[in-house]
Design a protein around this ligand. Structure first.
Ligand code: NAP
Length: 435
């Protein structure tokens, strides 16, 4: 008897789990289900479009997707086309790899004004995710504000600062490349509520701010830590190394290039101001407390801007009948096990942290649990799901179909871009209709 496993979500959390399963559970049958016709989750719609080398992992996932015991079922929405309880009826195990697609909110007045976006929606927009192709942020502003000091904040600020040549060479959605190319933005503010040694971004990402064609990065050198403090931090990862780059940027004057990126520390947002549209953001200066957190010191300043992108982290959606940790906003689990037969992998398991490869051990842990299960001969596995989907008239997009969509995207690329992404599901299905 072989085990059958359904994985919900085809991003890194899903594909690392599939890869570990075929390795660790002999002869198991794995179905990787995604509601989009395209696989790879954040590899396609999260990683910045100018970071193509980070997307190469898709080739490894492709080897898993084409393994004889693995299927990709795209364009199947769990919760609409099939429920979790139906999957559990048919498969020995179900793995939730549904990511963390929702934005945390700032919790300050004015954040609902037009022109304020969360990073999850903004990133999905520029990455051509069909859910957010109509976001249409108005980039017709001279100043943009990015809140947060993580790698997503750096992605957003860097892309907004790029020239037409720079963005056209990426696989950014064509509408986003148009909007960024035409945007009159010449000041981009990145606000970190704590100091440079507490920043969550990593040195490779901050180093790229020295390589922008049209933009210069500015930092107030007086707030950078002394060499001693930096040495203390060195053992703690990237933060010490970040300072080297920040010191370089502190030497810039601001008139070197037409666009200025202001990297500001010790400031937190307290109010977004405007009528319907954002007109400015009020910031409060902060200081660090002994425990590493920060506190406002009652000194305020306003930054005029018509665009605010809040990059302060994301969380994962609930699924009916699946235990959910309301505080951390992820599935309650122990080493990936929610309960016997139901598992979580990737950001749905541990929240949005780490690099793509950080999801690898999650997959291994899930496969370890599943390897210990005794397959149930009464479970129909993939044939059970196929029956349900056929009965409901669901148009399943196979991996072979996806390869046709991918080829069409690659064929229509220009300006040295790797692909021109479809932005609508209908466009993708039309490629398949053409045969
Ligand atoms: P993140 O790394 O957790 O950074 C979130 C930032 O938002 C932190 O600086 C945090 O400051 C700040 N923040 C949180 N709440 C705030 C508030 N209320 N007001 C002001 N600031 C607030 O999250 P992320 O940037 O979304 O990235 C998610 C994960 O993906 C990370 O592991 C990241 O490294 C990874 N990623 C990697 C890459 C890459 O490798 N190139 C690219 C993108 C993302 P505090 O520290 O003070 O809380």
């Amino acid at each position: 008897m072989v085990a059958s496993i359904a994985i919900v979500g085809s991003g890194p959390g899903g594909f690392y789990a599939a890869a570990a399963l075929v390795k660790q559970v002999p002869d198991c049958r794995v179905d990787v289900i995604d509601r989009l016709p395209t696989p790879y989750g954040l590899i396609r719609a999260g990683i910045a479009p100018d970071h193509q080398s980070s997307k190469k992992i898709a080739k490894t996932f492709e080897r898993t997707a084409t393994h004889e015991n693995v299927r990709f079922l795209g364009h199947v929405e769990v919760g609409k086309d099939v429920s979790i309880s139906e999957l559990r009826e048919h498969y020995d195990a179900v793995v939730l790899a549904t990511g963390a697609p929702e934005d945390w909110t700032l919790g300050i007045p004015g954040e609902d004004l037009t022109g304020v976006f969360g990073s999850a929606e903004f990133v999905a927009w520029y990455n051509a995710h069909p859910d957010k192709n109509d976001l249409a942020p108005d980039l017709g502003t001279h100043a943009a504000v990015v809140i947060g000091a993580g790698n997503v904040a750096l992605d957003v600020a860097r892309l907004l600062a790029k020239t037409e040549t720079e963005v056209r060479a990426t696989d950014m959605a064509h509408y986003a490349a148009d909007a960024i190319s035409e945007a009159p933005i010449n000041d981009i503010y990145i606000f970190a509520r704590r100091g440079p040694l507490q920043a969550a971004f990593t040195h490779k990402e901050i180093s790229e701010f020295g390589e922008l064609e049209n933009a210069v990065t500015l930092v107030d050198g007086s707030i950078l830590p002394s060499e001693d403090e930096q040495l203390i931090e060195k053992g703690r990862g990237s933060q010490g190394k970040n300072i080297k780059f920040l010191r370089e940027y502190a030497k810039n004057k601001g008139d070197e290039k037409p666009v200025r990126i202001h990297m500001r520390f010790y400031a937190r947002p307290v109010e977004v101001q405007g009528d319907d549209f954002v007109k400015s953001i009020r910031m409060e200066r902060t200081e660090l407390k002994e425990d590493g957190s920060c506190v406002g010191i009652g000194e305020f300043f306003d930054v005029p801007c018509n665009l605010v992108v809040s990059c302060i982290g994301t969380w994962g959606n609930k699924i009916e009948d699946v235990p959910y940790d309301e505080k951390r906003r992820l599935f309650v689990n122990s080493e990936g096990e929610i309960e016997p037969g139901l598992y979580a992998s990737g950001w749905a398991k541990r929240g949005p942290t780490g690099t793509v490869a950080t999801n690898h051990p999650d997959g291994v842990a899930v496969a370890k649990h599943i390897a210990e299960l005794t397959p149930d001969p009464a479970k129909a596995g993939p044939t059970g799901l196929d029956g349900l989907l056929a009965e409901r008239g669901v148009r399943v997009v196979s991996f072979e179909d996806w390869k046709k969509i991918e080829a069409a995207e690659e064929e229509s690329a220009s300006h040295g871009a790797p692909r021109r992404k479809f932005t609508e599901i209908e466009e993708m299905l039309a490629v398949l209709d053409k045969g």
